[in-house]
Design a protein around this ligand. Structure first.
Ligand code: G6P
Length: 590
């Protein structure tokens, strides 16, 4: 959730470099920020509440080769400058930025206070520099004191600590991701790759229970518990800098919606043998489960229908946060398919743990290569959507659905048919997302922007897309939105319909078309303003958003205009769609 970024090396612009890197992490969401730079042997700390965007990097000294920074989402302690990271020890020789929650911080703080340490913030994180300082009195050196401190921590953490005297950075991880960027003239350590992507594509991943020490010339990974050194591979990231930038668009969300012109085709470009092997694994599994959070969960729900209709195979969907309760059904021959854009979501990682504890195999469908989920799964497929930076997930969803649909086709020995359908769908999406089409959706948003509630109905795979539509509208425009299965309307939700209430009907040319149109008629007769997303017009629609006929892939095209509608509703209502309130891109806490 919070962003971490630090640098040590031969460059002398570490201050502005870290500020720029933090700006690249803004998409994670935050309410305050801070930076600590070593300048002429002393530590200079600057922090503030609010957004970092206005800060001039030229304010930061160009004689700094060691710096750390943070964007904070308040958890323990309110949104104040004092609570913003970095936190330092008394004499400001150690500064720390931290993600996660130290559950036993009160106990540690009481212990440190008895030893004479005083605290400036209400955060759990502030105990870290003080505890390291305390242990340095015994160990003498920074890295071993940091290791010793980690042994005292209960809870999840990923922290980066700077020590001015030894000119080193130490990072340790237990639950919150940290990645090392290997530069030509130093090392970068960040919670997310976009922080340093413009400087290097060579990365090393820190795993749970590990720590890393670097002075900018050398780097040593070790086991937190035993201190034993660990060899790390360098991996080259395939994402390009351009992919991680907004380009011509005002917001990442719109850029990523438009990226779907190509990203579905990229998702379909999979190793055929691997898809066939995985299709076989699902066929042979004693129980297959689909697990994800948020938007990835709606992809899983849609895939339940794909597997049912295309592969005639029953698979079970569960939100990752609920999956623990399914452990009774897991056996060594079960297969758990986890779906995640970031590959770091805490509840998904927890679901993987549950699966592994029962000996079940895990297949991951992820976007972020090298993420924890990607690395820890037994099999992993990348959706190749490129970096997704807007909090609201868009292109990852269609990529996830494309890969899951491909597997469903492969299970029925129709891999070629699946590839053909999805590639044709991709080209139809490309045609659909033309400027006139996007303008039309923008005008619709203008028309309904003042409405206080919006409802979405769908049937079959358009039902999870109705839920997904509601998520998109809620998270960026803050308009109350709810998705329903069309058939459930009569059992309650229809009571909410008033004259002029906008209702979106997601329709396909399929066996449930007549039913969903009939549901739309029911809504209209109660006064609803019907927005039909459908390949063909219908007299019940007050507005028709035309989508191509995509057969079994209809869910992939129907969701796209609604993503755009959510985006424009946010913009028209004066909200920043890339940084919605209270939300984070990567939810690494349970
Ligand atoms: C957060 C994001 C959502 C995302 C969900 C799951 O809530 O804001 O957009 O769908 O996490 O994330 P994942 O990275 O696992 O797909």
């Amino acid at each position: 959730m919070c962003g971490i970024f630090g640098y040590v090396g031969q460059r002398n612009d570490a201050g502005s470099l870290v500020i720029d890197g933090l700006k690249n992490l803004e998409y994670r969401g935050y309410d305050s920020w801070g930076i600590a730079c070593k300048i002429d042997e002393t530590l200079s700390i600057e922090k503030d509440i609010g957004k970092i965007s206005g800060i001039k990097t030229s304010n930061f000294s160009d004689s700094c080769a060691l710096a750390i920074g943070h964007t904070r989402w308040a958890t323990h302690g309110g949104v104040t400058t004092q609570n913003a990271h970095p936190h330092a020890n008394e004499d400001e020789t150690i500064a720390v930025v931290h993600n996660g929650i130290l559950e036993n911080y009160q106990e540690l703080r009481a212990y440190l206070e008895k030893k004479g340490h005083s605290f400036k913030s209400e955060t759990d994180s502030e105990v870290i520099p003080h505890l390291i300082e305390e242990y340095m009195k015994e160990t003498g050196d920074f890295a071993s004191a940091a290791r010793r401190a980690c042994k005292d921590f209960e809870g999840r953490f990923g922290f980066l600590a700077l020590h001015t005297e030894s000119n080193t950075l130490v990072a340790a991880r237990n639950g919150s991701p940290l990645i090392i960027g290997v530069g030509e003239d130093g090392y970068f350590i960040a919670s997310d790759i976009p922080a340093f992507l413009e400087h290097t594509k060579m990365v090393q991943y820190l795993d749970d229970g590990e720590m890393v020490v670097t002075d900018g010339n050398n780097i040593i990974f070790s086991n937190l518990e035993t201190g034993e050194a660990i060899e790390k591979r360098e991996i080259e990231i395939t994402w390009s800098v351009e992919q991680a930038q907004k380009g011509e668009y005002d917001h990442f969300m719109l850029k990523e919606i438009m990226d779907q012109k190509e990203s579905v085709a990229r998702a379909v470009n999979q190793n055929e043998d691997q898809i066939l092997t995985l299709a076989e694994a699902i066929k042979n599994a004693h129980g297959t489960f689909l697990v994800g959070c948020g938007t990835a969960a709606t992809a899983c729900m849609a895939a339940e229908y794909f597997f049912s209709v295309i592969a005639e195979k029953h698979v079970n969907f569960a939100p990752a946060s609920e999956f623990k309760l399914y452990h009774h059904f897991l056996k060594p021959k079960s297969l758990v398919i986890v779906v995640s854009q970031s590959g770091e979501t805490a509840d998904v990682l927890e679901a993987m743990k549950v699966a592994k504890s029962k000996g079940s195999k895990v297949l991951a469908i992820v976007n972020s290569e090298g993420s924890t989920i990607d690395r820890e799964a037994d099999y992993s497929l990348l959706i190749n959507a490129g970096p997704e930076r807007a909090v609201a997930s868009t292109k990852a969803l269609t990529g996830q659905m494309a890969v899951l649909m491909l597997i469903a086709y492969a299970m029925n020995d129709k891999l070629r048919e699946g590839q053909k359908l999805l590639l044709e769908t991709s080209s139809k999406i490309n045609d659909m997302l033309n400027p006139r089409y996007v303008n039309f959706i923008e005008e619709l948003a203008e028309k309904i922007q003042e409405k206080s509630a919006l409802f979405i109905i769908g049937k079959s795979w358009n039902y999870p897309m109705a839920l997904e539509s509601a998520i998109k509208i809620q998270e960026v425009s803050y308009v109350h939105a709810q998705g329903f299965a069309g058939g459930e309307l009569k059992h309650g939700p229809i009571a909410l319909i008033e004259e002029g209430t906008p209702c979106i009907a997601l329709v396909g040319n399929d066996e449930v078309k007549a039913d969903i149109i009939s549901n739309a008629i029911e809504l209209k007769s109660r006064g609803a303003f019907i927005i039909g997303v459908a390949p063909e017009n219908n007299e019940v629609f007050d507005v028709w958003i035309k989508v191509p006929d995509a057969g079994n892939a209809q869910a992939l095209v129907n969701i796209i205009p609604v993503q755009a509608l959510a985006y424009f509703l946010a913009v028209k209502r004066g909200k920043d769609p890339d940084m919605p309130r209270n939300l984070a891109k990567s939810v690494t806490v349970k």
